[in-house]
Design a protein around this ligand. Structure first.
Ligand SMILES: [Fe+2]
Length: 197
């Protein structure tokens, strides 16, 4: 069964982040990862496993790019999932309480999340890490480098330049502030509650 791109979970215009950016991001880049995942899986089905080699082999390269495409898909879906909101934290009481408990205060979490956004070349992920049983801000610069097995994303911020450069140039700080204004805390709360079940 081929992978299918999921539609955007919101239709309203965002604060600061333009429709053009969202359209390119979703319809071209994200959908491109879905198409490439399908292409990779088709090729893997026919690839000679007996020629597998760690330095170079068709199978090896396809398996490396399979994880790149797979994470390119799911990280974008997590990112779009928490956009389209109004930034109101009151819609995520359980998640906010957990953030306050585990980071000391909401502001301490936010300071770390924003700092991670300023240095990330790829993604910032507030994840629930089942290995440790707590929330943690992780950073991954490339889709398939830096992810933690057993950590489930709750709030994902895309810091690739394609996510903000059309609207903000190199002004990452304002993009992060606007991202927070658009944050759908109710969607993050739903995700967190499902994880905790
Ligand atoms: Fe992206």
């Amino acid at each position: 069964m081929p992978y299918q791109p999921k539609p955007l979970p919101f239709s309203k215009p965002l604060t600061g982040i333009s429709d053009k950016t969202i359209q390119i991001h979703h319809d071209k880049l994200y959908t491109g990862y879905v198409n490439k995942r399908n292409e990779i899986e088709e090729k893997l089905a026919k690839t000679d496993r007996t020629a597998a080699n760690a330095t170079y082999s068709e199978y090896g390269e396809l398996k490396r790019e399979e994880s790149f495409a797979a994470n390119g898909i799911c990280l974008h879906e997590y990112y779009f999932n928490v956009l389209g909101g109004d930034g109101a934290q009151s819609k995520a009481p359980d998640l906010i309480k957990a953030i306050e408990t585990e980071f000391g205060s909401f502001d301490k979490w936010l300071e770390d999340f924003k700092a991670a956004g300023m240095v990330a070349r790829g993604w910032v992920v507030l994840a629930y890490d089942f290995n440790e049983g707590h929330l943690h801000n992780y950073l991954c610069d490339i889709h398939n480098h830096g992810g933690i097995w057993g950590a489930i994303p709750v709030i994902v911020l895309d810091m690739y330049e394609h996510a903000y450069f059309i609207d903000y140039g190199s002004d990452r700080k304002t993009y992060i502030e606007d991202y927070l204004k658009n944050l759908n805390w109710a969607a993050a709360e739903n995700l967190y509650k499902n994880i905790k079940k």
